[in-house]
Design a protein around this ligand. Structure first.
Ligand code: ZN
Length: 332
């Protein structure tokens, strides 16, 4: 005789992993990835010769600032518990030159000293140290000369630190610049200033919106001879380990989402890298892609944004540079 379906007692699989997903309280109880606001760094773009702040069309929610408006923005960010800022300072005049002395960083220093005089130790000021916003051809390297470029970058880093920068942040990818900057800072009695090295900055397609903002699109060629090849894992590890030895205080992987494996590998490479502070830069292309998908009703920005930050944190980043830092708490 056939057995009725209602008479059958099914064997229950003894381990029910869904117990930990049952409701929000239980899910929160078992969550193991947390991002405090102190781990987030908000980038700002500050322009010379700008009368009024303007919307930055290439990166949603971001502005072209002048000194006055970036100060207001920092005041706002502090009310959202964000106190770390990475400044990209863009001069009006572009330089066609091969001499160290032709590069002056007066506007950079004006911006930095005005901000630090107001906020002092209430904020941590990171400032970008590169030359692509200064050079007429938009390249980070001057005259295709690594060592000449290091001399100019070192000068810029020391001037930034003298003006009040807490963390100089060389993003250029010249070989050997961390050691040069560390020695120069120490020789100029600023061995208390930190260096965040863009130690694993890949030659990526996801920088487009940023380059439009920072006026740093190369007029010719590309940056493949100084930025890392996306296929070369070993170069990322070696660059990171070398920069630890050369005096960096924070390493970085950039971009973040496409390089989560690199974040994980560096964090787990050896005891030295395991304990070393690692930042990840959620770059303009990653961030803008979420906005574009949200605008097309393909996802909800707030939720996707939080998920993107969690994945970066889970991979092993201690710090995250993200354009949405000041909105993080309200998106949670
Ligand atoms: Zn650059």
């Amino acid at each position: 005789m056939d057995k009725k379906a209602t008479d059958i007692t099914c064997a229950k699989y003894p381990i029910n992993l869904r117990r930990v997903r049952k409701n929000k309280k239980i899910r929160d109880l078992f969550s193991s990835t947390f991002i405090p606001t102190s781990a987030l760094i908000q980038p700002y773009f500050v322009y010379e010769g700008l009368d009024h702040p303007e919307e930055l069309k290439s990166i949603a929610g971001q502005k072209k600032h002048n000194i006055k408006s970036v100060i207001k923005e920092i005041e706002f960010a502090l009310t959202k518990n964000i106190s770390s800022f990475l400044l990209f300072i863009i001069p009006e005049k572009k330089i066609i030159s091969i001499n160290v002395n032709d590069f002056n960083f007066d506007f950079d220093c004006e911006v930095i000293s005005k901000i630090k005089n107001i906020f002092k130790d209430e904020i941590i000021l990171f400032t970008d140290v590169c030359l692509c916003s200064h050079t007429a051809n938009g390249h980070c390297e001057v005259n295709a000369n690594n060592d000449l470029t290091i001399d100019i970058l070192t000068k810029k880093a020391v001037l930034h630190a003298s003006a009040g920068t807490d963390v100089v942040s060389p993003s250029d990818m010249m070989d050997g610049r961390i050691k040069s900057i560390r020695i120069a800072l120490n020789q100029n009695s600023m061995n208390d200033r930190l260096i965040m090295s863009y130690s694993s900055k890949f030659s990526s397609n996801f920088y487009g919106p940023f380059r439009a903002a920072a006026e740093s699109t190369p007029a010719f060629g590309d940056r493949k001879s100084y930025q890392l090849d996306p296929r070369n894992i070993g170069d990322a590890i070696r660059s990171s380990m070398r920069d630890i030895d050369d005096g960096a205080d924070i390493l970085m992987v950039k971009p973040a989402a496409q390089y989560l494996d690199i974040i994980y590998r560096i964090k787990n490479h050896n005891n030295k890298s395991k304990d070393f502070p690692l930042a990840a830069y959620q770059v303009s292309g990653e961030y803008q892609a979420l906005h574009l998908m949200a605008a097309a009703n393909l996802l909800k920005f707030e939720d996707a944004y939080i998920e993107s930050l969690i994945s970066i944190k889970r991979a092993g980043a201690d710090l995250i540079i993200t354009y949405g830092a000041t909105r993080y708490q309200e998106h949670l």
